[in-house]
Ligand binder design. Structure first.
Ligand code: PGU
Length: 465
């Protein structure tokens, strides 16, 4: 169908363009480049100013982008920008999930520095990678996830391609779902990492939420979760956090994982794991992959997005992968070919540096052990501040409130239960930067700052309603 042209180029819409407007299909003509997109109520451009206004401003030589409204700051990454602008001496950035040292400095793992200098010495080239990424990385990442001896690996039933970290890998999987499972719904936990919704919205994949967090028990709403997964249309994708659920820090027990797998199997759903914290939650790569391996052992087909942002501290290298476990090697080969086809027009091929770091570390037993020791150290530091924060809250809060939920959560976050206004108070009065859902990143906290944070939490919790 021919698309209409926004009146940047034509002053009054023709009847043809009006009719295509009704179909919500528009083409924005920006000089020699043309963009086509659907304009529906969720599309950011749907908030653009009206048609005639745009044509008027274009005719008096004001920006062609006049109709583009200001986007809101990102609820997570925007917090870091606000933090930077604050000049207060006690400011704390507990927004983004990024590991800091006890001195609250960013941390590059020693093993990463070591392998990078080896790479420099070797003078590795900068040629394009294949569309699917570095072969040695893809092999290493699938083996880390499933275990090298897992039948899914041995039988070559996993389609793995390198992705642009966890986010890019999730986005690629979303594109696969949109193309090959049109209309299929993704079920996401309530709450979840904020970007999940953006990813599925942008890929035009419908989603709905399943119950997960119970504010009354500050724990898992297991019954609600099971009944919502049961109630979803057969063949839905169920997005699960492999470990260290973000933002709540609450994971199902091994017995609960079995029951979740039972319902997913019964309903013919497809499990879709987001594994952003393997090895970072418990300190053990194997323990943190147990949920994924449990599903794979049942012979289920599943999707798994991986990230090396946290466990190797490679945030800015954008290194991760998407794995699709199929019931046959043949299906895996076909799925991989289609993942490549989706990646090619989006970003052509992925960056090499992070992939080499991962492949070289995992491929060398001594470096691999060094990595595991550093991962344990990072996970250990987070556990220590978690304990100290809890102790400080218990000593300072005279109200008798039970803070023990903090110790039950795992991973880099604590879901404090603070409301939006209380979180605002944390930032406005105490200069503690955090997301407005009440999440704090303990990876950005030091032992030295625990008492200050406890004071801020107690004040916000009791004095702000
Ligand atoms: N999945 C989950 C559950 C995550 O928490 C994150 C990162 C990702 C995927 C994606 O990370 P990549 O860096 O793309 O591999 N969440 C962090 C980081 C900041 C952000 O929102 O991107 C967070 O603070 O929640």
């Amino acid at each position: 169908m021919a698309s209409s042209v926004l009146p940047l180029a034509s002053a009054s819409p023709s009847s043809a363009s009006r009719s295509s407007l009704e179909n919500n299909k528009k083409k924005l003509n920006l000089g020699s480049n043309s963009l086509s997109f659907d304009l529906d109520k969720n599309h950011p451009f749907a908030k653009a100013k009206s048609f005639s206004r745009i044509s008027m401003v274009a005719s008096v030589n004001v920006s062609r982008f006049e109709g583009i409204t200001m986007a809101p700051p990102d609820p997570i990454l925007g917090v870091s920008e606000a933090f930077k602008a604050d000049t207060h001496g006690n400011k704390l950035n507990l927004g983004v999930g990024a590991y800091r040292t006890e001195e609250l400095q960013p941390y590059v793992l020693d093993v990463v520095k070591k392998v990078e200098s080896l790479m420099l010495e070797r003078g590795d080239n900068k040629e394009y990678l294949p569309i699917e990424g570095l072969a040695a990385f893809n092999k290493a990442t699938a083996e880390l996830l499933f275990g090298a001896n897992n039948p899914v690996i041995k039988q070559q039933r996993v389609a793995t391609i390198q992705g642009l970290s966890g986010t890019g890998s999730l986005r690629l999987a979303a594109a696969l779902i949109e193309r090959y499972f049109p209309g299929a719904k993704v079920l996401i936990s309530s709450p979840t990492w904020g970007n999940h919704k953006n990813i599925f919205n942008d890929a035009r994949v419908p989603w709905s939420e399943y119950r997960y967090y119970d504010p009354k028990t500050v724990g898992l709403d297991f019954e609600g979760m099971i009944s919502d997964i049961k109630a979803a249309p057969e063949g839905s994708f169920v997005l699960l956090h492999g470990c260290a659920h973000n933002p709540t820090g609450i994971d199902p027990t091994p017995e609960q994982w079995e029951k979740i797998a039972d319902v997913i199997q019964e309903k013919n759903h497809i499990p879709f794991f987001d594994v952003a914290y393997q090895g970072f939650a418990s300190g053990s790569l194997d323990a943190d992959a147990a949920s994924v391996r449990l599903f794979a052992a049942r012979g289920l087909e599943l999707l798994v997005a991986q990230s090396y942002s946290k466990n190797l501290g490679l945030y800015a290298e954008r290194i991760g992968a998407i794995n699709v476990v199929c019931t046959s090697a043949d299906a895996a080969t076909r799925v991989k070919s289609q993942l490549k086809r989706l990646a090619r027009p989006m970003y052509s091929n992925p960056p090499v540096h992070g992939a080499r770091i991962v492949a070289n570390i995992v491929g060398d037993p001594a470096l691999f052990n060094e990595w595991k020791a550093e991962m344990e150290m990072m996970a250990g530091r987070i556990k220590n501040v978690r304990q100290k924060l809890y102790d400080s809250l218990c000593v300072k809060d005279k109200s008798g409130k039970d803070w023990s939920f903090i110790l039950k959560q795992i991973g880099m976050f604590s879901f404090t239960g603070l409301s939006k206004v209380q979180s605002d108070n944390m930032t406005d009065k105490w200069h503690v930067y955090m997301t407005k859902d009440g999440r704090i990143s303990l990876a950005g906290l030091s032992l030295a700052k625990c008492e200050y944070l406890a004071d801020a939490i107690i004040d916000s919790f009791h004095n702000v309603r």
